[in-house]
Design a protein around this ligand. Structure first.
Ligand code: DQA
Length: 151
């Protein structure tokens, strides 16, 4: 059986993880986080691919490309969480199981970060666990997609 394919999409400024506000986002780089995701994906029997962009149009394109190339999406829309109707519409259009993740607990921060335009199109939102937010999302999607674990 083919392995389920999960696309991990990261929005603006997440390319700066490691040095960006480490008190909030920790000191792991995006590449280190992606390596941890890859290692867990191997364990869970799923394939992962990664896309990061600082541009809204490119992120919309990345979501659209999942139509042909992915079975589910993990997305950290970062600053576009609160503003992007385009990203919301793209997620609705591809109609794939999607988990919204954030490193920080957006509900414990400034008021403007709390309202997600993306959340209504997601099967769930995981936030506040640092890089583990991505790993928890991966486990949830692998279970939902019925991945056959290697163990
Ligand atoms: C973030 C939270 C957002 O409010 C912020 O704009 C980000 C990162 C997080 O992962 O905690 O860029 O999505």
């Amino acid at each position: 059986m083919a392995k389920p394919r999960i696309m991990v999409i990261n929005g603006p400024n997440l390319n700066l993880l490691g040095t960006r506000e480490p008190g909030i986002y920790g000191d792991k780089t995006l590449e280190q986080i992606n390596q941890d995701i890859r290692a867990l994906a191997d364990e869970l029997g799923v394939e992962v691919a990664f896309h990061q962009s600082n541009s809204e149009g490119e992120l919309i394109q990345a979501v659209q490309s999942c139509l042909d190339s992915a079975d589910a999406i993990i997305i950290n829309p970062a600053a576009y969480t609160t503003t992007s109707v385009g990203l919301l519409d793209a997620i609705k259009a591809v109609n794939l199981p999607t988990v919204e993740v954030h490193l920080s607990n957006i509900h414990a921060r400034e008021e403007f970060r709390r309202r997600s335009l993306i959340a209504p199109a997601a099967i769930g939102q995981i936030c506040g666990f640092g890089p583990d937010s991505y790993l928890l999302a991966l486990r949830a999607l692998a279970a939902r997609l019925g991945a056959a674990t290697g163990s």
